[in-house]
Write a protein that binds this ligand. Structure first.
Ligand code: ZN
Ligand code: ZN
Length: 379
């Protein structure tokens, strides 16, 4: 007869392996060592949103990453398998209000709840890489990257039609306005003409479509989705796209402030690099968290023009959270580097990403923080 494991045995097995894994962590991300390029493997998981609880979709995704990391290690690879938190954004902003707390406090609470759960899963992540996109040392570089795009005209301000949620009081991306309703609150989305910040992604329409042919191993379903999203059509020699420039303006608190200043004399001016990050005002200085909160904090708004030194006003919008999560794979190669978004030597050693796990295949959804998981019932 085979032996049936009891709860006591399982606890012992759990303790044994947890301590083995703790004492034998995976290769450190920025340890460049002397391994040749063939022995490296960069396995990138979609970084989790700080929703407050892990769900079965996370367990599924990170179990796949865990198995592949251990497999590659057995083959003698030095595997970079980083982990961090996608922490800014509308879901947390709204949930914080509902729970009577502030977005930064709720984010900390969510991480404090999710991190030990993920560690207990034993997913062989390199926790020394842990990043948080809402931390000033991260969003400093999100702002820095925005300014590089601004300098060459790839980030620009213009009036255009926007998806406006009257309840959330912010512009939404097309992906957040599904079927004409706000993904977060279900309100009917209005189309409003308003000035916004855009990233000029339409300039890369051709490169995006043509590049799909160079992606062996990608599911046809994903390639088809990409093609439909770009929507290139060649109406009699004139090429048109369904793709529109990306509106990254959000009229909410919980995002990276746009690092731009408006001067009555000079007009629009970029915040100098050595003054980054433009810090979010502390939550206790913010009145209501709706109605463009940053515009109501005088200490934040009032500043000096970086060109002429006269009184000027800061831009009071924040960047869409998808801007933060557009470049985290680069931050992971040198997560504590403080001279640039990433150390080019480390990027040289670790990039490109060998395998990305996430997206449509993984069944992961961005979710609002779950009230029940965090807070005891009131009253
Ligand atoms: Zn809404
Ligand atoms: Zn000026």
């Amino acid at each position: 007869m085979h032996h049936v494991l009891g709860a006591r045995d399982l606890r012992q097995i759990e303790e044994l392996w947890q301590s083995r894994w703790t004492n034998d962590p995976p290769a450190v991300a920025h340890d460049r060592g002397s391994n040749s390029e063939e022995q490296r493997f960069y396995l990138l998981d979609m970084l989790p949103y700080t929703s407050g609880e892990l769900h079965i979709g996370h367990a599924r995704l990170y179990t796949i990453g865990d198995a592949l990391t251990r497999y590659r290690e057995r083959l003698g690879c030095r595997v970079l398998h980083p982990i961090g938190w996608d922490a800014f954004g509308l879901p947390t902003d709204i949930a914080a209000q509902r729970l009577g707390t502030t977005p930064p406090a709720l984010t900390q609470q969510c991480i404090a709840h999710m991190k030990p759960t993920l560690q207990r899963l034993g997913t062989r992540h390199d926790w020394s890489t842990e990043i948080n996109t809402s931390a000033p040392e991260y969003y400093r570089w999100t702002q820095w990257l925005f300014l590089r795009l601004y300098e060459v005209g790839l980030a620009y301000r213009a009036e255009g039609p926007a998806n406006w949620c009257p309840d959330c009081e912010t512009v939404l991306a097309n992906e957040q306005a599904v079927g004409g309703r706000c993904e977060r609150c279900g309100a009917l989305v209005q189309v409003r003409n308003m000035p916004q910040w855009f990233l000029r992604i339409t300039r890369y329409g051709d490169a995006l479509v043509d590049g799909l042919d160079d992606l062996p191993g990608w599911a046809d379903k994903v390639k088809r989705m990409q093609r439909n999203w770009i929507g290139r059509e060649s109406a009699d020699g004139r090429v048109t796209y369904r793709l529109r420039d990306w509106s990254v303006s959000r009229q909410r608190y919980w995002g990276a402030p746009v690092p731009i200043v408006y001067c009555p004399a000079c007009g629009m001016a970029a915040v100098p690099d050595d003054e980054l990050p433009v810090m979010l005002p502390p939550p206790q200085t913010v009145g209501p968290f709706t109605g463009e909160p940053l515009a109501q904090v005088d200490e934040f708004v009032n500043t000096q023009c970086p060109r002429c030194g006269r009184p000027a006003r800061r831009d009071t919008e924040t960047l869409d959270t998808f801007v933060d999560s557009a470049w985290y794979y680069l931050r992971y190669v040198s997560p504590r580097h403080n001279l640039a978004p990433f150390c080019s030597e480390a990027a040289e050693a670790c990039m490109p990403v060998d395998l990305y796990l996430g997206g449509v295949g993984a069944g992961l959804l961005r979710r609002a923080p779950a009230a029940g998981a965090l807070c005891p019932p009131r009253g």
